[in-house]
Design a protein around this ligand. Structure first.
Ligand SMILES: Cc1cc2nc3c(=O)[nH]c(=O)nc-3n(C[C@H](O)[C@H](O)[C@H](O)COP(=O)(O)OP(=O)(O)OC[C@H]3O[C@@H](n4cnc5c(N)ncnc54)[C@H](O)[C@@H]3O)c2cc1C
Length: 377
C-alpha cells in the first residue's frame, strides 16, 4: 500500500534515504522532505570553507534538486512540532503535513542565551551556512590591520574555526589580525594530551592566543564579558560552545534524552511511536551516549534506510551498531591537521591531506546524485 514518508531535515544520516527517493516514488509512495535550506552543508568541511580552501559548492548537497529530480516533494521550511495523534508535523509557516512514517535528521544548534542587544558580528559554529556570511564580513574587515576576532568555546569546533580564521585573514592581507580562543578552563579538554600539545604548538606558531582564564558570562552589545569581570570587544565573535538538538521533540511531548534529543532505541526508532525514526545530532541513542559527531550520523545511514523501508513495506528491522573508536582529524587551517585514533596521534600536513581525501570522497559519493541516475545500489 502506498504510504507517506516525511523526512524532517536532509542531514548526514539521511543521505542514503535521499538517494532512494526515486525507488520509493516508483513504488507509489509519497516522499516529502522538509528543510530550511535548499542545500545541506557538510559540516566536516565547514571550517575549510571559512578559510577559503573550499568553495560553498564544494561542501554542499543540492537537496531540493535531488529530491525533486526523483519525484519527491521538497518544502523549504522548518518542522516545529510533531503531532503523533494525527500523524502530522507542523511547519514554521503554519502548514501541516501528514505522514505514515517520519524520519528526523534535524541536527543541532549552538545554544547561547546570554546575548543581550543585537549584533551582526556574532556567528555560530552551526548552521554551517552561517560561516559563509562570516567569511564575507571578515574579508571586508581585513581592511583594518588591527582586526580582532574571538572564538568562544573550548572544543574541536572552536580550534578549527580559530585556525581557519587565521588562514582567511592572512590570505586577505591581514596577517596581524588578533585571534583569540576564549576556551573556558582548558582547550580541547576532551582530546588526548598529545592532541592538546599538537594544537597548542601550532597555534603558538600561528599567533593564536588561547585564553583559559574562565568562562564567558555574557555578550552585551558586542562586548564579551568574562565571569572574572574581564571584558573583550572584538570585531567579530564566533560561538562554538557546544551543540544541542533542536527543541522540536520536547515541544512535541515526545520521549527525549537529557539534552532534548529524540530518544530512540537500537533500531533508531522511537519506542513509544514506532512510526518515528531519527538519526544524527538530533537523537538521544538510548542504549549508550553518542558524541555529537558526523561519524555516527554517517554510520546510521544504512540502518535508517533499511528500517524506514521496512516501515513502509513491512519486514524486519536491523539494529544500529555504533562501532568502535573512530578516526578524528581536525582541520587547523593552513593545510595543517591533527589526527587522532585511539592512542595514535599526529599533527602535520599529511593529516590534513587524509581529511581532505576522506571528506571529498564522501561528498563525491552523494554529489554524484546531482548528475547521474539516482540509483545507489
Ligand atoms: C565547525 C564544525 C566542524 C565539525 N567537523 C566535524 C568533522 O570533521 N567530523 C565529524 O564527524 N563531525 C564534525 N562536526 C560535528 C558534525 O557537525 C555533526 O555531528 C553533524 O553535522 C551531525 O549531522 P546531522 O545530519 O545530524 O546534523 P546537521 O548537519 O546539522 O544537519 C541537519 C539538517 O537538518 C536541517 N534542519 C534543522 N532543523 C530543522 C527543522 N526543524 N526541520 C527541518 N529541517 C531542519 C538543517 O538545515 C540541516 O540541513 C563538526 C561540527 C562543527 C560545528
Amino acid at each position: 500500500m502506498a504510504k507517506k514518508l516525511l523526512l524532517a531535515g536532509g542531514g548526514h544520516a539521511h543521505m542514503m534515504l535521499l538517494a532512494r527517493i526515486g525507488h520509493l516514488t516508483e513504488d507509489g509512495h509519497e516522499v516529502t522532505v522538509v528543510q530550511p535550506s535548499d542545500h545541506h552543508y557538510y559540516s566536516g568541511m565547514g571550517p575549510g570553507m571559512l578559510s577559503g580552501f573550499y568553495k560553498a559548492d564544494d561542501i554542499r548537497f543540492r537537496t531540493r534538486f535531488v529530491v525533486e529530480r526523483q519525484g519527491g516533494r521538497f518544502i523549504k521550511d522548518k518542522v516545529i512540532r510533531i503531532d503523533t495523534g494525527n500523524r502530522s508535523v507542523e511547519l514554521e509557516s503554519g502548514i501541516c503535513e501528514e505522514f505514515d512514517i517520519l524520519s528526523c535528521n534535524t541536527g543541532s544548534f549552538v545554544p547561547f542565551s546570554a546575548i543581550e542587544g543585537r549584533s551582526s558580528r556574532i556567528f555560530g559554529a552551526k548552521p554551517i551556512e552561517g560561516l559563509l556570511e562570516a567569511k564575507k564580513q571578515i574579508i571586508t574587515g581585513c581592511n583594518n590591520p588591527e582586526l580582532s576576532i574571538s572564538v568562544i568555546g573550548g572544543g574541536a569546533a572552536a580550534a578549527e574555526i580559530a585556525g581557519n580564521v587565521r588562514q582567511l585573514a592572512t590570505k586577505n592581507g591581514c596577517p596581524g589580525a588578533k585571534i583569540k580562543i576564549l576556551a573556558g578552563n582548558k582547550l580541547m579538554k576532551n582530546s588526548s594530551p598529545a592532541i592538546q600539545r599538537i594544537v597548542r604548538k601550532y597555534f603558538q606558531k600561528k599567533n593564536i592566543e588561547i585564553d583559559e582564564s574562565g568562562h564567558v558570562e555574557q555578550i552585551e552589545n558586542g562586548n564579551v564579558i568574562m565571569k572574572s569581570g574581564k571584558t573583550h570587544t572584538p570585531d567579530f565573535i564566533f560561538l562554538a560552545t557546544g551543540v544541542q538538538p533542536s527543541p522540536l521533540f520536547a515541544a512535541s511531548n515526545l520521549p527525549t534524552g537529557p539534552d532534548g534529543g529524540l530518544q530512540v532505541n537500537e533500531y533508531l526508532q522511537c519506542s513509544d511511536h514506532p512510526e518515528i525514526f531519527g538519526g544524527g545530532d538530533c537523537i538521544c541513542y538510548a542504549p549508550q551516549p553518542l558524541e555529537k559527531v558526523g561519524v555516527y550520523a554517517v554510520r546510521q545511514n544504512p540502518v535508517l534506510l533499511h528500517n524506514v523501508l521496512a516501515g513502509l513495506r513491512g519486514g524486519n528491522q536491523i539494529k544500529f551498531d555504533p562501532g568502535g573508536r573512530f578516526l578524528a582529524i581536525f582541520n587547523l587551517g593552513g593545510g595543517y591537521g591533527a589526527l587522532q585514533k585511539g592512542p595514535l596521534c599526529w599533527g602535520g600536513k599529511t593529516a590534513f591531506i587524509i581529511k581532505d581525501y576522506i571528506d571529498k570522497k564522501f561528498m563525491t559519493q552523494f554529489q554524484s546524485l546531482e548528475k547521474e541516475d539516482p540509483d545507489p545500489s
